[in-house]
Design a protein around this ligand. Sequence first.
Ligand code: GLC
Ligand code: CA
Length: 544
Amino acid sequence: MTEDYGLRTEDYLWWRDGVIYQIYPRSFADSNGDGIGDLPGIIARLDHLSELGVDAVWLSPVYPSPMYDFGYDVSDYCEIDPVFGTLADFDRLVQQAHQRGLRIIMDLVLNHSSHQHPWFVESRASRDNPRRDWYIWRDGATGGKLPNNWQSFFGGPAWEWDERTQQYYLHSFLKEQPDLNWRNPAVKEALFDVVRFWLERGVDGFRLDVFNLYFKDALFRDNPPRPGLRGYDRQWHVYDKDQPEMHPLLRELRALLDRYPERMAVGETFSDHPIEMAAAYYGENNDELHLAFNFHFTQQPWRARAFHEAIAQWEAALRPGAWPCYVLSNHDVVRHASRYAAGLHTDARAQVAAALLLTLRGTPFLYYGEEIAMRQGQIPRAEIQDPVGKRYWPFHKGRDGCRTPMPWDDSPNAGFSVNPPWLRVNPDYRERNVAAQRQDPNSVFHWYRRLIALRRTSPALRRGAYRPLIRRPVHALAYLREAPEQTLLVALNFSSRPVLAVLDEPLPARDWHALLSTADRPELELLGNSLALAPYEACVLGMA
Ligand code: GLC
Ligand code: CA
């Protein structure tokens, strides 16, 4: 089915050896001028992904949706929203992606549906409707109180009163996103049918939205209190997520995926629990998720030590055979180029961050635009679209800023659309766009391209063990990636000054040569047991 890039070895497994690229479809490319990105737009831009060299595309939801949460509220799991195109467009996307050796990952939002999903419309019609038990309905506690103290992540209680049937339903997010009842076998069957539907259509993998919320405590006990700023953070989420029932369910899902060749599931472990919890979802025998996100990289300050520790924790948390993955940006967090902004040094930092992400042991997830160090957009209050921003402004400005249109070139609307887009384009798009960076061999784009190409051809980067060479890093990270057939050395200077990074382990003082470096130097400078690095230098070295 898939063409290989030729450089790939026989045991190349796309989700383990490759690089995955997340597209937020509303914001990638608009083909029909309605200001909203769509599937034909993505198809027209597949060349960009091939040129970048990624292996797979994860599409944020494209299902029919009233868009209260921009597609994370699904009203039909087996269709495409007209704003994005048709099922025929989707089939064309899969086929054209596969022709280029690109895999397609769908976002499965199965913790909750839209309140407009026919299942919920029936469920709320009457207490004796056959679908009543497809969602989570409860009586109030005595004295007109809520069923328990559970909170919605998007603010307020997780319970919404339904006047007609005189009960509350549970919503972990917006009230327009009622939680499905996974304890009902009919619900599980219906949702597994959804998985089968997309597998049969040729989809290669799934990203499971907030999967660790599927099951709630069977007794609906109150969460214990905890100090915190807002409602959701003021309790320990002991009873509304991470229930033991999740593990057998994931094993069943895995067994279903394993009936098809090379399918993959990556889970969004929600949200701020210890990293061991995310690791647990790989399964005791690595028979649950293929990959589980841990979001520690999205929370680290710009410090070598912070990243060093986050990597060490993740490496330590995973059982042997569990494969790590890393992510710096996505559609829910501030873009990392802006998180790590440092005036004129911002692009240099973005290049160091890219080198880190693409040389670690584990599958890198890129977010559209990061390959040109796209910045967080600034959306004025009147233009806010995200429900989180509408509710929490100015305390939290919402997630629109990381969802602004992809800047393709310097034409009006950044080449994203012939008309004004649903979110304004970033003000710097005339300089920071894909076309401009393709022209410039020193751009962030070409740095990503070179890193990805090196990773693809390097057994050490793809599979090698990770061995840090500095135990208590201050300004720089240095680590080896060691595979039987190859050893590479990665050195990253997080500082704007030249540094001498003192290694805790001796390196052979000769024969290292740069395979890639942001600094213009052919040889590694080793002074005794120290590496001399230029400001914000990121380099990958091999032994001759
Ligand atoms: C996940 C998604 C987020 C969405 C939420 C509710 O966290 O990444 O965008 O709002 O789930 O579905
Ligand atoms: Ca469109």
